[in-house]
Design a binder for this molecule. Structure first.
Ligand code: TYM
Length: 336
């Protein structure tokens, strides 16, 4: 069996990018024979970005869990859990920290971007503002998530590829020192949706404030779509599909035939307003059937809580004995 694993950071409301990049592919994989799914809410990771806002982490955990279930994930068929319910994960993080070169972490995109910004503002390394050691350690915690369950495949959007490569490097270092304990994971990228653009054309991301929340009310969804950035070509003028955020989002929610049709409509000069109306219909067609389940779960968090607790127990049936084996491998005392 192929073990598939992925997580979503619980630092905000799930958006269309999370849906097409992580949620939809995992729901599909969970229905495929021969695949064993591990899907989780990355709430330890959330602490890096949400420092001092516990209510946001809780709200986001609930929303992301409800989204996954509403999108069709069957928690009986997969292992669906909250990262912080597995205390073995921070333990493994420490083992991995000790075999991970500092230079590797220096090169992580998110950390590097924060540090480069400080340097540009004239701050020295000793003064680094807004860069926590947690941000620096982010890739090691993520490696522990993946390696704990010896996942083969990690379905993610393009922005996460570097982290999976780092997990491979860290796994290889550990294996080299202590024997073959870890499978080397591979990123699984769905090319058509690897980077879904947001309202302004940049990658849809909580940090750019350009997202379309998945379960925003229909009227609000219409308004947000109306705000997607387009060029100023008038109705009747041919439009470019290349670099069109509207077209790319459409492609993620339409059949290949529908996408081909819109491509022709662009060439024939469809009005932007009309193209936006079509996009609304495609998104709404996919999301509408999930709305009721989503709301019911948000209104009854105790149901989700039960699912997550059962998921954590299932996950720990693997994590606890595996961590015991690793403790032994590195030379620590057996806890049992
Ligand atoms: P996060 O929470 O930023 O995003 C969750 C998933 O959504 C994908 N994604 C996108 N895909 C396409 N287009 C977009 N605009 C877009 N925005 C987000 C992300 O690529 C990701 O797959 N570090 C991870 C969470 C994590 C994790 C893990 C993932 C923690 N441990 C272990 C895999 C395995 C993160 O912050 O994703």
């Amino acid at each position: 069996t192929l073990r598939v694993l992925t997580g979503i950071t619980t630092s905000g409301t799930p958006h269309l990018g999370n849906y097409v990049g992580a949620i939809r592919p995992t729901v599909i994989a969970s229905r495929t024979a021969g695949m064993e799914g591990y899907y989780f809410l990355a709430d330890y990771h959330a602490l890096i970005k949400t420092g001092g806002d516990p209510a946001r982490v809780q709200r986001s955990t609930l929303e992301i869990a409800a989204t996954w279930i509403a999108a069709g994930l069957d928690p009986e068929r997969v292992t669906f859990y909250r990262q912080s319910d597995i205390p073995e994960i921070p333990e493994l993080t420490w083992f991995l920290t000790c075999v991970c070169g500092k230079g590797l972490l220096n090169r992580a995109h998110a950390y590097k971007a924060a540090v480069d910004k400080n340097r540009a503002a004239g701050l020295t390394e000793d003064e680094d503002a807004g860069v926590s050691a947690g941000l620096f350690m982010y890739p090691v915690l993520m490696a522990a998530d993946i390696l704990m369950f010896n996942a083969h495949r990690v379905p993610v959007g393009r922005d996460q590829i570097q982290h999976i490569e780092m997990a491979r490097d860290i796994a290889a270092s550990f294996n080299h020192l202590y024997g073959e304990h870890f499978t080397l994971p591979e990123a699984q990228i769905e090319e058509t949706v690897a980077t879904l653009p947001g309202l302004d054309g940049r990658k849809m991301s909580k940090s750019y404030d350009n997202t379309i929340p998945l379960f925003t009310p229909r009227e609000q969804l219409k308004k947000l779509i109306a705000g997607i950035k387009t060029d100023s070509r008038a109705p009747g003028e041919p439009k470019d599909t290349e670099g069109s955020a509207l077209f790319q989002i459409y492609e993620a929610f339409a059949t290949p035939e529908e996408t081909a049709q819109l491509r022709r409509a662009y060439a024939e000069g469809i009005a932007w307003g009309q193209a936006k109306e079509l996009l609304f219909e495609r998104i709404d067609r996919e999301i509408a059937p999930m709305r009721e389940t989503y709301q019911a779960l948000i209104d009854h968090p105790e149901r989700l809580e039960e699912m997550l607790k059962a998921g954590a127990a299932k996950a720990r049936r693997i994590a606890t004995p595996f961590t015991a084996k690793l403790r032994h491998a590195v030379g620590l005392r057996d806890l049992r």
